[in-house]
Design a protein around this ligand. Structure first.
Ligand code: OSB
Ligand code: MG
Length: 385
């Protein structure tokens, strides 16, 4: 059975190298559950470098974090699963069908899948986006917004929003949690009556907080992202029935069937698609096709990726069914320097980022910076405090 992994390479997979890395973030993003970075602002990731017998390579990024907060996976579980199961299963193969034998670990799975797909795109001489779109029309520039973490004060938040608007971002997402919500969003809305504004709770509320969440209803928010439990659909349907503001699900969506159930029971109206969360590009394409045909607004979420993961996300965001601004900001908001030679910049006139046009992933890895980021990873895990 290969239906989940239909893509075939001409030349077999001969090497898969795993690069655990740690990179200093330009700024930490504090959410209701904390941060993806450690106190020293280091973001961890695992980069997957896949080589075909022809010598063609592809790269993928695993977006798991140091700690199992956003999801149960961590960098170390991803390394374990990739090294001991996923990679041995695909060596010598022309496709990834052997991954069928394993359950779970979507972020590890996606990293390998992204590396394979970008290698096959390079083998066929096309950009990854063309492989994903299968000839359908797609965008050259994608609409993006910026995500702003929990700050020490409302004034500090307003100052950052002003800076981001000056930079050209036209959609602002604010992280919220109980007691960092109504007053904050009212202040921002009154300072910026017309800005595209949304809030992301990362599962910080329960149905008992419905009265608080209802107070956000007259602020003309684009959406409220993942207010309730990280696996929940049912309680979201109870909440959505009482809110005008559309609920967008992030953490709760792992498959296209989850989106079907979300629509059927009215648990939300918008989907945040993160390929790592849904276990790869095939599942991402299923969700994209479903949202496209049902007219469900869709955007691509971010996990503070390096240029590798960002290039993959940009290729996905170029698909026609991605209709709302994605969480893909310019390189200078995340890493300085990044691991890729290319930097992604914001087109300030229309709050877009250009999709890589080169074959494969369309970005090149700086080997010196990669080596330094690997050393930083091993130093960080060896440091006992
Ligand atoms: O909930 O979307 C989220 C980052 C880490 C974990 C969860 C989330 C996020 C973001 C990042 O919001 C947005 C970005 O990468 O620009
Ligand atoms: Mg989110």
């Amino acid at each position: 059975m290969t239906e989940n992994y239909p893509l075939q390479s001409e030349s077999p997979i001969v090497h898969v190298r795993l690069h655990p890395i740690a990179m200093p973030l330009v700024e930490r993003l504090v959410t209701s559950f904390g941060s993806e970075a450690r106190q020293d602002s280091l973001r961890a990731a695992v980069l997957v470098e896949l080589e075909l017998a022809s010598g063609i390579t592809g790269w993928g990024e695993c977006v798991a974090s140091w700690a199992p907060r956003y999801s149960y996976e961590t960098v170390e579980t991803a390394l374990h699963i990739l090294r001991d199961f996923f990679v041995p299963a695909v060596l010598g193969q022309h496709d990834l069908s052997k991954l069928h034998a394993f359950r779970g670990h979507p972020m590890a799975r996606m990293a390998l899948e992204a590396a394979f797909w970008s290698a096959v795109a390079a083998e066929r001489g096309v950009p990854l986006g063309d492989l994903l779109s299968e000839g359908a029309a797609r965008k050259e520039r994608v609409s993006v917004g910026v995500s702003i973490g929990i700050q020490p004060s409302i004034d500090a938040t307003l100052a950052i929003i002003e800076k981001r608007l000056q930079e050209g971002y036209r959609r602002i997402k604010l992280k919220i949690k109980p007691h960092w919500d109504v007053e904050l969003l009212r202040a921002v809305r009154s300072a910026y009556p017309d800005v595209l504004l949304m809030a992301d709770a990362n599962s910080a509320y329960t149905l008992d907080d419905t009265p608080t969440l209802k107070q956000l209803d007259n602020l003309n928010l684009l959406m409220i992202e993942q207010p309730l439990g990280y696996l929940d659909l049912y309680q979201h349907s109870k909440l959505q029935a009482q809110l005008q503001t559309p609920i967008c699900l992030d953490e709760s969506i792992h498959t296209a069937d989850d989106v079907r159930l979300m629509l059927r029971i009215g648990a939300g109206k918008i989907v945040n698609l993160k390929p790592g969360r849904v276990g790869g590009l095939i599942e991402s394409l299923r969700i994209h096709a479903l949202c496209h045909s049902e007219g469900v607004p869709l955007w691509i979420g971010g996990m503070l990726e390096t240029g590798i993961g960002r290039a993959t996300n940009l290729a996905l965001a170029s698909l026609a069914g991605v209709t709302l601004p994605s969480d893909i900001s310019a390189t200078n908001r995340y890493y300085d320097p990044d691991l890729t030679e290319e930097t992604f910049t914001l087109n300030a006139e229309d709050s877009t980022i250009s999709v890589p046009k080169g074959v494969g992933l369309g970005v090149t890895v700086n080997r010196e910076r990669l080596a330094a980021a690997e050393v930083a990873y091993y130093k960080a895990v060896a440091a006992v405090e």
